[in-house]
Design a protein around this ligand. Structure first.
Ligand code: C2O
Ligand code: CU
Ligand code: CU
Length: 477
């Protein structure tokens, strides 16, 4: 079966005003085996994407023959896939019909604090039966995602997450047949019911609770089709609440061209691809093999500090079936190199954080600088300021550290940028190691959260807040 045109070609037509498909719709050429339900744009203005979204419980058949009362956005897992262009306005009329409060956090988007969804900091919880309208401009191209920010571990683990792709119509065409892959895992009992979130930190769940059911766009072990030699562009987000994904494909390498915040300085080639919870990757893969054969994309154990003691065995996440057509010669890869200017660290304020574990009233808590989130003092900052964060891991296993609302640049021990440079919002802080990054607050005062993106850890206290004050009022955007 021949693949159709790459979606970017279609978006080009939209940009020229020739009509064409709604950019939010499932683009042609995407593999139906991993198709996500597209969000519906009900606004006629091509620069505004306006949609309704409801959080509700719905019975889904995630495992054949089993009914699961999943927590969903609009009745699907993942929630509706939003696709719009950079600079577009996104309006989401949200309704909560869950039995408990929730909010939506737009992970990675540089939007005003009031739209960030951080319950208790930037907006009140949205109670059952209540509505809230999110309304903001999409400032940067890249792959983002949305998820709750109240009891995040439980709500996300029950199925509340969705993908959001922000296209840049000027980016090089034909990087490959494009797929967005939202990876997750769920913990489901043999009768189909959801396992308790069990976010308490006993020994077995200290690592963060993982689910047995690996999902790609809500489907278990799907099979996608590809033509041998024809480049694929996979845009991947790890939407699992605690599980690290290390992916490998025998005799193939991944060429990563981008991450959390769009293209990186230069591509990096590797045999395995690691995504901590929250992270995104934009990778090119050229599948090769005999026509009609299958290639296995596998989850492989990643050492998070205890060797692989607590890891599960290697497992297939999805398969690529090569079509019966003869292998084609690989076409030259368009350049995606991007100039990223290192932030000027002259006069930057140092911020030192230790990721810690402790006990409060006989209960194990996780925290930052010795205190859990509910006792934490906000980190002060002013618009216009640049800070260098040094996040030290004093514990026995890795933590993916995430900051809301601002991209940062990773630094090495001498505070030089790590090349190839890229804009990040989540960074792995390895066991006995340190995560260092530079961040500049150009605009958008408010309360911004930071936390471990193993959401069991965040809920257990490994979270804090940045208090960004307005400053001299200058704004870079
Ligand atoms: Cu995906 Cu507070 O984060
Ligand atoms: Cu976030
Ligand atoms: Cu953690």
């Amino acid at each position: 079966l021949p693949r159709r045109r790459a979606p970017l070609v279609l978006l080009g037509l939209v940009g020229l005003g020739c009509g064409g498909p709604d950019p939010g719709a499932q683009p042609e050429g995407w593999d139906s085996a991993v198709a996500m339900r597209p969000a519906t744009d009900r606004n006629a203005d091509p620069k505004t994407f306006e949609m309704d979204l409801e959080a509700r419980i719905e019975e889904l058949e995630l495992v054949a023959g089993l009914k699961t009362p999943a927590w969903t956005y609009d009745g699907s897992i993942p929630g509706p896939f939003v696709r719009a262009n950079v600079g577009d306005r996104l309006i989401v009329h949200f309704r909560n019909t869950l039995p408990e409060p929730t909010t939506i956090h737009w992970h990675g988007l540089r939007i005003p604090a009031a739209m960030d969804g951080a319950a208790g900091h930037s907006q009140p919880e949205i109670q059952p039966g209540e509505t809230f309208t999110y309304d903001f401009v999409l400032p940067d191209a890249g792959l983002y995602w949305y998820h709750p920010h109240v009891h995040s571990a439980a709500q996300l683990g029950f199925g509340l997450y969705g993908g959001l792709l922000v296209d840049d119509p000027t980016e090089p065409a034909d990087l490959g047949d494009e797929l967005v892959l939202v990876l997750s895992d769920m913990a489901i009992r043999d009768d189909g019911s959801l396992q308790d979130p069990q976010t308490g930190l006993d020994f077995g769940t200290l690592f963060g609770r993982e689910g047995d059911l690996l999902l790609v766009n809500g489907k278990k072990n799907p099979e996608i089709r590809a033509r041998a030699g024809r480049r694929q562009r996979w845009r991947i987000v790890n939407a699992a609440k605690s599980r690290y994904f290390q992916l490998a494909m025998k005799e193939h390498t991944f060429t990563r061209i981008g991450g959390d915040g769009g293209f990186m300085e230069k591509p990096v080639e590797s045999a395995a691809l690691v995504l901590t919870p929250g992270e995104r990757a934009d990778v090119l893969v050229v599948p090769r093999g005999a026509p009609g054969s299958t290639l296995s994309v596998r989850w492989v154990p990643y050492d998070r500090g205890y060797g692989t003691t607590f890891n599960r065995p290697e497992e297939e996440v999805f398969r690529v079936r090569l079509t019966d057509e003869a292998e084609v010669a690989e076409t030259p890869r368009p350049k995606t190199d991007r100039v990223i200017t290192p932030l000027d660290l002259e006069g930057a304020t140092p911020i030192a954080l230790d990721l810690t574990q402790g006990e409060v009233d006989g209960k194990m808590v996780m925290g930052i600088n010795g205190v859990p989130s509910w006792e934490a003092v906000p980190v002060p900052a002013t618009v216009g300021e640049t800070q260098v964060w040094t996040v030290k891991n004093t514990m026995d296993f890795d933590h993916p550290f995430h900051l809301h609302g601002f991209f940062f640049q990773k630094l090495d021990a001498s505070l030089a940028p790590i090349h190839p440079m890229e804009w990040k919002d989540t960074v792995n802080v390895p066991v006995d190691g340190t995560g260092r990054f530079a961040v500049r607050y150009d605009d958008r005062p408010g309360m911004w959260m930071f936390h471990c993106h193993i959401l069991d850890h965040a809920d257990a206290g490994m979270m804090g807040v940045l208090d960004l004050q307005g400053g001299s009022g200058h704004s870079a955007h």
